[in-house]
Design a protein around this ligand. Structure first.
Ligand code: HEM
Length: 380
């Protein structure tokens, strides 16, 4: 189907089979905004999102409203399908306690312990202007114009209350969240998402993605935590690297996606396997070794990222990379644990070719029921 249901136990856009395109936006509330303004914004967004995700216009529409007023809907999605649009909202750390320690919206007491600021990791080169945000909206769709239209109209509805801090377009999903999807390739040319956890296993989703009763404040039960990282790829050095070295860095074959030494993409990774020379088949610094659950206290992530290419930089280099998105039940034991090993003493071989330039951490509340607004449980 073209339409992904908006209402439900969980927000759509997390375990939904990954769509082809992304428009992700982080918003900041204006300095004058009050708790009532925030609730009004979430109410207006929820109403608009329920229409947009069904393939309909916002409000009185693009061409069907009063002709002497600016139309409620900006119009560029007229005639387009819903294209499996999902809109997923998250609450940033600054919504609970701002940079000066102020509790602007009376939410500090509801802040989940899981929403602890991410530590600084060695090698981070974070741009504050491309990091954080009071709120985020992840728009995913199979049609880029549908995703952009949704973010544009939500930003328009927010005028006076919140404005876009940064946004990121993504093309080319870099992971699958369902075994029915073929594994796509990232901008390094490798299949990405082979060893992702998938929504086909609900027990795994409850264990690793959905917040369970008793994990923290009740309002987050059924929600999930999102870590976003804008990861720039140093494309030119990568493209000058021999194929066998590229494969050593990742730990998999570029063609098939199979683990080094094995034949098929989904052959299980064996990190103890040794070659005829007695050397480990998968290098000690290979990305898949350091990222693997056995190396990280069993930690796994639901990866849902997208490739991006934002033209070229001032030196003529491709401004490309991975907009990494990962959902989890507790970032402290999942993303942070894995990223600590990737950026740790046994430095991931991939780090020579990438740089983390943006970062976000968001509490994505549970799903919305008809008559409610996004994140309503946080305001009870
Ligand atoms: C696996 C690429 C960043 C976590 C992989 C694979 C590739 C890849 C090609 C193997 C295929 C697969 O199983 O999906 C990249 C690139 C990155 C990047 C190009 C940066 C630009 C990250 C980050 C994390 C991460 C920041 C988390 C902190 C994982 C995990 C696996 C994986 C958990 C699966 C390992 C396994 O169990 O086999 N990545 N990755 N990756 N990556 Fe990354």
């Amino acid at each position: 189907g073209q339409v992904v249901p908006f209402f439900g136990q969980h927000q759509a856009g997390i375990v939904t089979p990954v769509q082809d395109r992304l428009h992700f936006a982080a918003f900041d509330l204006s300095p004058a905004a009050t708790r009532a303004d925030l609730v009004a914004l979430l109410t207006a967004w929820t109403n608009a999102a329920s229409h947009l995700t069904a393939g309909n216009d916002v409000g009185t529409g693009a061409v069907t409203g009063p002709p002497d007023s600016p139309p409620d809907d900006t119009g560029e999605a007229l005639g387009l399908q819903a294209a499996r649009l999902t809109l997923t909202v998250g609450f940033g750390t600054s919504l609970f306690t701002d940079a000066t320690g102020k509790d602007r919206f009376g939410l500090a007491g509801s802040r989940p312990p899981q929403l602890a600021e991410l530590p600084a990791f060695p090698g981070d080169a974070l741009d504050p202007a491309a990091s954080g945000g009071d709120l985020c909206v992840q728009a995913c769709a199979d049609d880029p114009q549908v995703a952009v239209h949704a973010i544009r109209n939500l930003a328009r509805l927010a005028r006076g209350t919140a404005s876009v801090r940064y946004s990121q377009l993504g093309f080319g999903r870099t992971s699958s969240t369902s075994t029915s999807q073929a594994t796509a390739r990232n901008m390094m040319g490798f299949k990405d998402g082979t060893n992702n956890i998938t929504a086909d296993d609900p027990a795994e989703m409850n264990a690793h993605v959905w917040v369970q009763p008793g994990d923290g404040p009740d309002w987050m039960t059924g929600g999930s935590y999102l870590v976003s990282r804008r990861i720039r790829m140093l494309i030119e050095p990568w493209d000058s690297t021999p194929l066998t070295e590229q494969e050593r860095v990742i730990g998999r074959f570029k063609g098939t996606g199979a683990p080094l030494g094995l034949r098929a993409e989904f052959d299980p990774l064996d990190l103890t396997a040794k070659g005829p020379d007695g050397e480990p088949l998968i290098d000690a610094k290979a990305h898949v070794r350091l990222a693997h659950s056995s190396h990280n206290n069993g930690a796994v992530l639901l990866r849902r990222g997208y490739s991006f290419t934002d033209g070229t930089d001032e030196l003529g280099r491709l401004e490309a990379g991975l907009f990494f998105l990962a959902y989890q039940r507790d970032p402290r034991t999942q993303f942070v644990t894995i990223q600590r090993s990737l950026a740790g003493k046994v430095n991931d071989a991939l780090n020579e070719y990438i740089q983390h330039v943006g970062s976000g951490l968001f509490a994505c509340p549970p799903g919305v029921q008809p008559g409610q607004h996004w994140g309503q449980s946080a305001f009870a």
